[in-house]
Design a protein around this ligand. Sequence first.
Ligand SMILES: [Zn+2]
Length: 228
Amino acid sequence: VAREGAPPHTSPPNPLRPKSELSATSVMESWKEERTRSVEDNEMSLPSLAAAYTTILRGLGEDPQRQGLLKTPWRAATAMQFFTKGYQEKIIDVLNDAIFDEDHDEMVIVKDIDMFSMCEHHLVPIFGRVHIGYLPNKRVLGLSKLARIVEIYSRRLQVQERLTKQIAVAITEALQPTGVGVVIEATHMCMVMRGVQKMNSKTVTSTMLGVFREDPKTRDEFLTLIRS
Ligand SMILES: [Zn+2]
C-alpha cells in the first residue's frame, strides 16, 4: 500500500539503526543514485503528461473530443504515475526500523508475492509472482518488508532481469545474509498481445547470491520449497 502524501525527499534522513553492524554509509552510497519523484512532481507534470496522452489519442486516429475520451488523458496520466510510483520511494525508508538482530539461521522464504510492473520497452504491464529466500546471518528483515522492496522496484519501468537482481542486491546490502535467492515468474503483455501471442507463456528469471549460488544443496532446497 502506497504511503501517499509522504514524499521521501522531504522527510528527515532515516539512517539505519546505528546498532546494526551494517555500514549505513555504504547502503546510502549504493542507493542514493535511486531516482526519486515527489507528490509535488506528480502534480506539476500531470498537465504535460495528459497533453501527451491527447497527442497519442490523436495519433491513433481517435478524436480526443468525443465524450468517452474527454477525461482519458488525465485518467491515463494519473494511472501511469501510479504504475510508476516506485520512483517516489526509496529502499532505505522501507528498511529503517525493520532490520532485527536474530540468531535464526534457517532459510527464510516468502513466496507468491504479487508483482505488477511496466515493461520499459513497450510501456505495457509485466505481472507475476516473486519468490524470495535468504539465509540470515544474525540479521533478519520484517517479512512484510520483502514485499515492499518488490513493490518499490516493480513500480518503475523495468526489464524482468534487472528487477530480479535489484531485489536480491537490496536484500544482500541490507542484511549481509549468507545467501539470497530471488525467482520471478512473469507474464509480459508485450509478448502476449503482440508477436508470438502465446497466452500462457511465462518468463522465469532468477538471481542467486552467496550460498544460493555456490551450494547446489541450498539452492535446491530453496527451489523445492518455492514450488511446494
Ligand atoms: Zn515489452
